[in-house]
Design a protein around this ligand. Sequence first.
Ligand SMILES: Cc1cc2nc3c(=O)[nH]c(=O)nc-3n(C[C@H](O)[C@H](O)[C@H](O)COP(=O)(O)OP(=O)(O)OC[C@H]3O[C@@H](n4cnc5c(N)ncnc54)[C@H](O)[C@@H]3O)c2cc1C
Length: 698
Amino acid sequence: MASSSDEIISSEDSRRSVGASSRSDLMPGRVSGFAETPLPQWPNDVARELFRSPSSLVEIIGSRMSYNVSVSSPCSTPYLGPSLAQSCPGSQFLTFMTLLDTFIRAQDKISQLCERVRPVDPPEYYYDFIVVGGGTAGSVVASRLSDIPEWKVLLLEAGPDEPPGAEAPSMVAMFLGSAIDWQYRTVNESNACLATGGSCSWPRGKNLGGTSVHNGMMYTRGHPKDYDNWAAMGNEGWSWNEVLPYFMCSENNTEINRVGRKYHATGGLLNVERFPWRPNISSDILAAAVERGYPLTEDHNGDHFLGFTVAQTTSKDGVRQSSAAAFLRPFRHRRNLQVALNATATKIIIENAKAVGVQYYQVGIPHGEVRTARASREVIVSGGAVNSPQLLLLSGIGPKEHLQAVNVSVVKDLPGVGENLQNHVSFTLSWTINVPNAFELNWASALEYVAFQRGPMSSTGLAQLTGILPSSYTTRDHPDLQFFFGGYQASCATTGEVGALMSDGPRSISISPTNIRPRSRGTLRLASNDPLQKPLIHGNYLSDPMDTAILVEGIQIALSLGNTSALQKYNMTLSNAPLSACSRYQFASNEYWSCAVRQDTGPENHQAGSCKMGPASDHMAVVDPKLRVHGIRGLRVADTSIMPQVISGNTAAPAFMIGERAAAFIKSDWGATETQWYGRGSSSMWKTSTPWKGYHSQ
Ligand SMILES: Cc1cc2nc3c(=O)[nH]c(=O)nc-3n(C[C@H](O)[C@H](O)[C@H](O)COP(=O)(O)OP(=O)(O)OC[C@H]3O[C@@H](n4cnc5c(N)ncnc54)[C@H](O)[C@@H]3O)c2cc1C
């Protein structure tokens, strides 16, 4: 599926290349300071057999059961998203991917088919709480609320359960563009995505686990100042010191000896680790950063936010850990937690300014059905930065003039709904390198992964590298540039030949400098009052000239990395072709790049802000600091849409934290007994966090 891999290249997870100004104010770190993960040895006799593909694979499976490779799972489930089979071009790949998908499904350590939640169909009518959206934040909310046995919780998810093929980290983004992607696009961009008609692609997960099933798994919380700024805007309880315990209570960091307990914890539901495999060129790229005077850091979520690193990821022993895997599967036996799949909320039912239920459309055989469920206590909307404001608007909560224009009855005139829409913005630079363009996804890597969850398929290749730096437009204590990398990803070959060259051309790698503190703001509006019609999203990227200036500085830094002795042996050659739309500028001049970022904009995937949190005095605030919708009782929003300003880093970790925070507010407001958290973190941290007493896992 070429579009999927293109998608990831143009967005966050594969990527990108280089840069150039050396900055003496940044202290270089030590490359040798990086802990290497020991890799398992592949037995020689098995390795030899593996290359006699494809029939040898089946032989091996038959004769090598000690490797725990099987072709069928004892647990079947009809509720899964699509197979990997259709995700690569070429008939040979169809066979290969079909087999791979079959083996992944059969390997319970990867697919967890025996641990999946069993959805209810039809759901019941009465619940205490209804959570809309079983995504990154919503799964956390539903899981934590169902800690209270007396509370009956319904989780409504518009898509199916996550496909087993998505659990292999190298298959990141393979399902974008498929039925489990909402496939949004922005409209009317006058400063961005001009090469694609002013429309930027915005993939979003439509499945249990939401976008955490499609993302690059990078675990980055953002800068403490991001949260202190939220608090300064009147959001009491959201300063860095106050949110940190909610990051930590989710966390089971398997590298605690490396990252330490000051900011990390063990014993939580969400596994955080480094992938077990990375390409050798990674250390040369880090050396290039040092050569240019940039620091290395062991941990972007620790005391050293600045610098380049191999990121930690939300994965467990080489397998993706989505929010559904972490927060729902352990509690699949809870009778008070019911999950409805393929169920799209179409309207929040509001009576006397109180949310009392949800109307939803559930796909069924032979026909879908419009159904209703009532919530005696609260409805929590966790549809993400696009769907949450859309659902509020469909329910009559939003700017009055807009609701009237699309024939939606006004329930609450709330002008901030769909405003303040933000996203990071990037540009991708690509280089060819003089390394054979061997293909990482082949019979050997596939079986190594199925048997041991190791090797190229257990990682995202170069996309696990990242760097965070300040441009000259900010200060060191609040950086505004992040660098994402791409290449060496074990996914489809464009030739369609398994184990052949990935393409006829040379191997490429990429760096995507990204502006992580954008000033531009967009909007979201309904196209009509049809709940199943996509909303009109106007990203309004690069409308503030400063966003372009910062991005161009990031491009220069990225270019300088390619021009280092550490990377000289690769003979890196910039492969971005001059754009005819920018031919009036000298190629590679700052003016040229300012033009190019408008043409080939990297729209990123960190959408936020469209249901902004703020005090009642802020008339553009949608939810208050306890995430309650202003003016409507019994209704909260919990996902990245509540961020008043997008954080300066990837947004999944904050989404988990927002889910934890929402559940804690709800428990506290309803006088639920505090439960015990079994995890371990820095004790001094717990003492400073007065509102938080901890959770338990069951
Ligand atoms: C390709 C890609 C790569 C990324 N890489 C990273 C990364 O490496 N690290 C990182 O930190 N972040 C990354 N992100 C961003 C991050 O994953 C998201 O910001 C985060 O997961 C969003 O969480 P959320 O809870 O706000 O929304 P989501 O996780 O999108 O959850 C929303 C859920 O609600 C459901 N839903 C929506 N509307 C309805 C409705 N009406 N009824 C029922 N259900 C509904 C959706 O189907 C979905 O399951 C990436 C994103 C993408 C797309």
